[in-house]
Design a protein around this ligand. Structure first.
Ligand code: PEP
Length: 253
């Protein structure tokens, strides 16, 4: 059975005090569930603090929101995969739409980051997703296929089996507009098909594909009822412990 992963992407939010309060609430109420992994991605300066807190719970892990692909050197402001491992990260979010569209990260750069993360023993959460104008122009799968293949072309079967994919339609991120269950399921099934075409059905069947885009306590159960949706990558609704806990406790129909 595939693991469901509920991940909090805090983006550039929260400070030391809020992080402590969040984890105190989360750890007091959280009950580990079979088939569900919890991931929290705080800003990079809090990764070590968060890792120590997450280590107190079962199946709660820390992700970085980004990294660079080089191992070390003159790359001011960047962090390597080994550094993220060193401060306790297990996951790293790569190719988030804000990295692609605000910071101009290319498919090629993201592919290099995925390869470097895997080489260091981190699990990449590879984000893909189309813009509104791309969806409206009927290019949804062209875009998602291009973003997937840029990475898949650089991986072998064993590497692919360790990747988590997050389908995040850009028009649904932080907008309050969630893709319908049918819209999300359609893309998820096709993304799984892209993986199957390259690496076989067994590999594809084992890959966690999260949905992201305005996931909230009141829509998570509906989304999670889809056969190819294996969790959520959540921004806004992950900032408050109670709301994040409701997501972690989703009901799978
Ligand atoms: C995200 O940042 O990945 C995200 C999906 O944000 P939100 O849940 O706020 O739409």
């Amino acid at each position: 059975m595939r693991e469901n992963i509920i991940a909090a992407n805090w983006k550039m939010n929260h400070t030391t005090k809020e992080l402590d309060e969040f984890f105190a609430k989360l750890l007091a109420a959280y009950k580990p569930r079979e088939g569900v992994t919890v991931v929290v991605a705080p800003p990079a300066c809090y990764l070590a603090q968060a890792s120590k807190l997450a280590a107190k719970a079962s199946k709660v892990f820390i992700a970085a929101q980004n990294m660079y692909f080089e191992a070390k050197g003159a790359f001011t402001g960047e962090l390597s995969a080994a550094m993220l491992k060193d401060v306790g990260c297990k996951y790293v979010i790569l190719g988030h739409s804000e990295r692609r569209h605000i910071f101009g990260e290319s498919d090629e750069l993201i592919a290099k980051k995925v390869v470097a993360a895997l080489a260091a023993g981190l699990t990449p959460i590879l984000c893909i997703g189309e813009l509104l104008q791309e969806r409206e122009a009927g290019k949804t799968m062209d875009v998602n296929r291009r973003q997937m293949n840029a990475v898949l072309d650089k991986l072998d079967k064993e590497q692919m089996a360790k990747v988590v994919v997050a389908y995040e339609p850009v028009w649904a991120i932080g907008t309050g507009k969630t893709a319908t269950r049918e819209q999300a399921q359609e893309v998820h099934a096709q993304v799984r098909g892209i993986i199957a075409d390259k690496f076989g059905k067994d590999v594809a069947a084992g890959i966690t594909i999260q949905y992201g885009g305005s996931v909230k306590p009141d829509n998570v159960d509906d989304l999670m009822a889809s056969p190819d949706i294996d969790g959520a990558l959540v921004g806004g609704a992950s900032l408050v412990a109670d709301s994040f806990l409701s997501l972690v406790n989703f009901k799978k129909a």
